[in-house]
Structures are given as structure tokens and as C-alpha cells.
Design a protein around this ligand. Sequence first.
Ligand code: MN
Ligand code: MN
Length: 463
Amino acid sequence: MDNVKELRERLLIKKKNGGRILAEEEIRNAEKFSKGYKIFLDEGKTEREAIFFAVNEAKKNGFEEFNKEREYKPGDKIYCVNKEKFLILAVIGKNGLGNGIKMAIAHVDSPRVDLKPRPLYEDSEMAMFKTHYYGGIKKYQWTAMPLSMHGKVVKSDGSHVDIKLGENPDEPCFCITDLLPHLARQQMGKKMSEAITGENLNVVAGSFPLRGDEGKDSVKLNIMRLINEKYGITEEDFISAEIEMVPAYKAQDIGFDKSLIGAYGHDDRSCAYPCARAVIDFEGIPQDTIMSVLVDKEEIGSEGNTGMKSLFLKYFVGDLAGKYGIKGRDVLRKSKCLSADVNAAFDPNYSGEYEAANSCYINRGAVITKYTGSGGKSGTSDASAEFMGEIRNKLNAENVLWQTGQLGKVDAGGGGTIAKYVANLCVDVVDVGIPVLSMHSPFEIISKIDLYMLYRAVISFFK
Ligand code: MN
Ligand code: MN
């Protein structure tokens, strides 16, 4: 029996809680990294704002806009923006594109409530906005909480105005009402999915009528007057606008030990930030060309010309490959990708929906997820044993704290990531991310250690 301990050590996977096993210095590094991340969260609550932030950071660090006419040499730093919502950051490697590209891709759109094209109306002398939610939300979570308004409006003369209102304490915020419990006997008896409907998600926009006006809809008119004074827009301008209602509060530490961060938008900015930083902060010239890609529209199926299903990345790689006299498809075939997206952290409040052995846990590091999908792995690209082996060995060699994960127990539900669209380009890809509690809620929770370990994982992959 002497060798039992040795056998256990050699043969079995050990539980590794970063809070217990990491050196003090690593924990300090995680704390430092998370400070920058919280600024990114507060400044980048929409896909446009997140891309704007990342581009600015890249420019500050020597990245230049991609120019098809230019030649590139190892060490050159490039950024390329697609319609303000999709960003490619790249550093040219010593091998150029000969060995393919190492990519890390994350999304910067998050679940939220969007204004409809004709949002403003008056009901019972209240001015309200009609909305259409974006992504998979539990609607009841978005009522009775402060919301801020972010977006872009294109006016009739073709000029545009950016809106960001409700983030500062001296600015007004907005809110979706909910029924008081006293009158909610019928509502409380309904299924959670039906208690609040999509058409219930109307936002309070104001309540004062236009003074001296006895006409119809004078509250609506007054609010439109104020909007016009502030932004110079008319009711018709809302038709050419993208306005997102998002939680108005800022990211904040959680717990006496401040080990966690609560915020809106960890899915997927907790992966977008480490991916962008890993390219921006990369020291020296990488062997192979490295690239981080921040994409839009993941939460609604990666559709559209700013989503991962678009051909933007493929065309960019083709353009870059052309400079080396090779074909984009030959580069993509040799390329490798970390699809960086969050996974469901095991939640002690809802343990019944998880399968303990294969779930990911807060503080155990970056999560490698071999497959996502639902109903028998449907809708996943399912990373190969070979690529899983390569990533696992790399992370071990670089001493990165990591774990495996899956999205809940079999048939509890499921979901997908952008991985399968990258796989369609013939690229080897696996999901790597961060465990999140309360995913898709207005206040998600992650661990600082896991955030930092994803950053280290991406850098290790790039090396
Ligand atoms: Mn996601
Ligand atoms: Mn999501």
C-alpha cells in the first residue's frame, strides 16, 4: 500500500483551486489584470464601444491600420476594423503566414434590450420606449433595475450622433417596470418564461407633458422635444438607429476577499479583453503570425456582415496571404484557433443542472471545452483529440491553470459558440474560456484568477 499516494499522484486528475495553489505573485498579477478589465467593461458596454476601446489600446501600442498596398515584415502590428463592430489585431510572425496563423476569437456583443425602430409612444400620460430583446435573456431579470442608453443614430442629413446616457450619477437612467407583488397573483402563477412577455419590456422614458399643450400625446411630444434638444434628432431618426438599453451600473468586486467581479457583459468581454491584450502585450516577434479577432452578433447566431458567419476574416487572410504569394485557403488549413467564450460555472444554488465531474468551477482557471451543442452534440464542431492534446500539453508546459468544462448536464439545455464557423474554414479550433455564474443575466460573475489565466493561456498558445 506504500505506493497508493504515488499512484494517486501519477494517475488521477487533481482538483486545483487557484486561490490555494497559485503563488502570491500570480494572484497579485490577476488583481492587476482585472483592474484594466473593469475599465474595459465600463467603457465598452456595446459592441461598438468595445471595438473602439480595443482599437485605441492597439493604436497606443504601435498597431497600424491594415493597408492592402503595403508590404509587411515580421514584428509589424496591424489592426483592421469591419463596420465598427468586428476587429482583427495581428502581429506578423517570423514565418510570415507559411505555418498558418494562430488565432484567438471572442465576441463583443452581449444580451440586452434594443429599442424598436419606432420606439417612442405615450400611454396613460407616460412616455415609453418599445423594445425588442437581443440574445437569450430571462426577461424578468431586466425589469426594475437601472438601465442606460447607448447607441448610434443616423439623421436625415446623413450625419450621425452617438448616444451614451445614464452612466454617470448626474445623468438620468431608464427602467422597465414590473408589477407589484400585491397585484401579481395571476402573474406569479405563470411559468417564468411567460410571466414577463417581450411586449412587456417597455422602458420608462419620461412623464411630464408639454406645458401649455392640451393636445394628444403631449408627454410624448415633450420627451421628443427634450431628445431633439439634446441630440438634434426627430422621431423618424429612430428608424435609422441602433440603441441598446444595458445595465447602468459599473463592474464591482464581489465577496470579502474581492476574488470575483460582478458586471454586465462578462459574456463575452471576459474573453475578448484577454484575447486583445494577449496580442497587444505580446513581447518580441512571434514565430507564427498571431491574431486576435473580436466579433459581433454571436448572441443571435453569428449572423450578418459583422458576425462570424461573414466572410470578413476569410477575405482578410486571403489579402494578407496574397502578399506572400500564397493562397488564403492554404493559410487557413494550417491555422489554429482558440474560440474564446465563457462556460457555465458550477453553481451551488443550481447543482442539479450540472454534472459535477465535467463542469467548470470558479477559480480553477481557464476552461477548455471540447464540444458545446445540445441534444446529442448537435451544433458543435467538437475539437479533435489531436488539437485537445496540443493545447493541453502547451498549457501544462507553460504552467497555466486550466480545467475542462461542458455546458451543464446532458440534455439540460445547451448552446453554441463561434467555434463551428471557424472550423468550417478548415482551421483547428477548440473553445477556451472562463467560468461564469448567472450567465446572460444583467449582473454576471467571474473570478479574477480565471480571467488572468485565460490571458496567460492565449499568450502561451501564441508563443
Ligand atoms: Mn458567449
Ligand atoms: Mn452568450
